[in-house]
Design a protein around this ligand. Structure first.
Ligand code: C5P
Length: 201
């Protein structure tokens, strides 16, 4: 069985949590595509050339330590604006999406560019303040010494870069179900996502 769930939205809106829960519920594989850009960003911070780093990426790079830092997130959103970097990552994502057994991919351009034919498309969003509060809690729990204003600036800078770039900007697909997690709690958002998949299975 081939079945693709595309989840897009801005940073820290809850895509990852919803993606993991949907994948668990249906036994689908899950790919957090932000990790691809983070892994390239980390290599560029270490001195690599962006396109070469994207072409040389291996699955092992995605579990590397340190990909969740704010510095790597900013580097990821910079390399993500380079068309050659995006192009180098397309095949891996499409192969994952069409693998036997079903797949959930979350990112910024899954429903619009990578998998425009996905059976289910979700656009998960929330206010910048709400997303910054959640990201702050995660970073503090992981031991980072960082304040709300810094995290809010980081979220807003990435939003601006992700929505403003020419190649695959962050935008909801016309046929995406929008889940606004400013007002929905996790369980409500997950329940709506699961219902959307069940309706198409
Ligand atoms: O989702 P995450 O915050 O890990 O993504 C890091 C950065 O990677 C984003 O700010 C965005 O610029 C980029 N990205 C992208 N397309 C995707 C996934 C992530 O451009 N499909």
């Amino acid at each position: 069985m081939r079945f693709t769930v595309a989840i897009d939205g801005p940073a820290a809106a809850g895509k990852g949590t919803i993606g993991r829960r949907v994948a668990q519920r249906f036994g689908f594989a899950h790919l957090d595509t932000g990790l691809l850009y983070r892994a390239v960003g980390a290599k560029v911070l270490a001195g690599a050339e962006p396109e070469a780093a994207a072409r040389a990426l291996t699955p092992e790079d995605l579990s590397g330590p340190g990909l969740r830092t704010p510095e790597v997130a900013q580097a990821a959103s910079r390399v993500a604006a380079v068309p050659q970097v995006r192009a180098a990552l397309v095949d891996f994502q499409r192969d994952f999406a069409r693998a036997e057994g079903g797949a959930v991919l979350d990112g910024r351009d899954i429903g619009t560019v990578i998998c425009p034919g996905a059976e289910v498309k979700l656009f998960v969003t929330a206010s910048a303040e709400c997303r910054a509060e959640r990201r702050l809690a995660e970073l503090v729990a992981a031991g980072h010494d960082i304040g709300f204003e810094t995290v809010l600036e980081d979220v807003k800078a990435r939003d601006a870069r992700d929505t403003g770039r020419n190649d695959a900007p962050l935008v909801a697909a016309n046929d995406a179900l929008v889940l606004d997690t400013t007002t929905l709690d996790v369980e409500q958002a997950v329940a709506q996502a699961i219902a959307a998949v069940e309706a198409k299975l």
